[in-house]
Design a protein around this ligand. Structure first.
Ligand code: F0G
Length: 423
């Protein structure tokens, strides 16, 4: 096993991905104090690897799908702030695989987490870290899901949460959650990128704990999405794992999860990552097309507000994830996102707009001959259908191809009969 791990029994470290400097486990700096690079957590080599590790994970009595992997996530934690989260379903829906154009497509529904998105996996670990480090307050910038998740976990931990959200570009469900769970909600006259700049200075100047996906502990929790879906496939590697991307935290977490799974003998080959952005918010896809020669930023605009991000923070870590997995980054239009979402929704599964980018991305790759119909694909659905009711209502009111608007009737049986006849 490689230098991915420290000597057995050593406390975890936070290591700079740029200059290699390392910092103690309970340091709360969001970046490397030497060079400003982003950090990645390194743990001690686990006692069990390969089949022994698979058995240990499968037989864990832990209720949380994140903390089941504690030795590989945060071995030093005894008390954790957990909902519990994770253990999300991996489902097949024939309509969705036919739509995407591949015979084997599975949906890993992260919207089935306690606050309705994958963010809970990272947040349980980050808030546990904040508590262990003695943080007075926690903060994040967010397009909505991170805010909802942080609000819920901070409430559980009993520490104040401050969330910065872009005014006019956060869905109703997410804003409602942040308020309901008791976070101080700051509506910023600016986009997500402006919110993040503000949250970073609040963290640096005012000492609040930053819980954005820059935070390396968030990635430790989000790694478990990948390990859990691999375990659900009996550790048989699919050809592709597709996910939507905005700030690129999840892409980075998936790359680290796969790197570690290979080093630990959990899998013997890597899947390829398919990272999908919305066309109006696709700096990473543009850079991929130019072989990542330079970092790109854009003014972001898309109906998928969760991924309306023009300057993704986890850039370098995500480039590494793409390179190591022979991955592909692509983009899809808002129309493609909404069409894929309507198919996922009508299959009875449902998801928020950003999540549907994963399926839309696979469909587009199949149409272009870049994914073969015989390949096995797992699409990660990152958020729940109820996160963004306005997107659903406006789609169905709009006369779109797959629109299913409510039909107004008088309270009489003949109206019902007339409509049944029509169907
Ligand atoms: N899908 C959903 C539903 C999201 O909420 C996000 C990010 C992503 C995908 C993209 O993940 O940023 O790690 O590349 N939402 C963040 C938030 C930005 O504030 O909730 P990423």
């Amino acid at each position: 096993m490689s230098d991915l791990f420290l000597a057995a029994g050593a406390p975890s470290l936070q290591c700079c991905d740029r200059c290699g400097a390392s910092w103690p486990e309970l340091s709360t700096a969001a970046e490397c104090a030497d060079c400003g690079g982003l950090l990645l957590v390194t743990h001690a080599r686990p006692v069990a690897t390969g089949d022994a590790l698979k058995i240990a994970l499968a037989s864990s009595a832990e209720a949380s799908g994140v903390w089941r992997h504690r030795a590989l996530v945060m071995p030093g934690a005894d008390q954790v702030v957990s909902w519990p989260e994770g253990n999300t379903p991996l489902v097949d829906r024939a309509r969705v695989s036919e739509y995407a154009g591949v015979a084997q497509l599975q949906l890993k529904h992260e919207g089935m987490n306690p606050t309705g998105s994958f963010k809970d996996r990272g947040m349980t670990v980050a808030v546990t870290h904040a508590v262990r480090a003695g943080a007075r307050a926690v903060a994040c910038a967010s397009t909505g899901n991170t805010a909802a998740s942080l609000a819920a976990y901070a409430a559980q931990a009993g520490i104040p949460a401050l969330v910065f959200v872009p005014k006019g570009n956060i869905s109703a469900g997410k804003l409602a959650q942040a308020m309901a769970y008791g976070a101080t909600t700051l509506m910023v006259n600016g986009d997500f990128d402006a919110c993040l700049a503000l949250a970073r200075s609040a963290s640096a100047e005012l000492g609040v704990y930053l819980a954005n996906s820059l935070n390396p502990w968030r990635l430790e929790g989000q790694k478990t999405i990948v390990w859990e879906l691999l375990a659900q496939l009996d550790w048989n590697t699919p050809d592709w794992i597709a996910l939507p991307a905005g700030a690129l935290g999840n892409t980075s977490a998936f790359g680290k999860a796969l790197r570690e799974a290979l080093a630990l003998g959990l899998i013997n080959r890597l899947p390829r990552l398919l990272v999908v952005q919305a066309e109006g918010a696709a700096p990473f896809a543009r850079a991929f097309d130019a072989d990542f020669a330079k970092r790109v930023t854009v003014r972001a605009e898309t109906v998928a507000t969760a991924i309306r991000i023009g300057d993704p923070a986890s850039w370098d870590r995500a480039v590494r994830a793409i390179r190591e997995t022979n991955g592909v980054v692509t983009s899809v239009t808002d129309a493609e996102i909404l069409d894929a979402k309507a198919v996922i929704d009508a299959s009875g599964v449902g998801c928020e707009p950003a999540s549907a980018a994963s399926v839309a991305g696979v469909r587009s790759m199949v149409a272009r001959g870049l994914i073969a119909a015989s390949e096995q694909v797992v699409c990660v659905l990152t958020g729940h259908v109820l996160k963004d009711p306005d997107a659903v209502n406006s789609y169905h009111a709009d006369g779109a191809t797959r629109a299913n608007p409510p039909l107004e009737i008088e309270p009489r049986l003949s109206d019902v009969e007339r409509i049944l006849g029509r169907r």
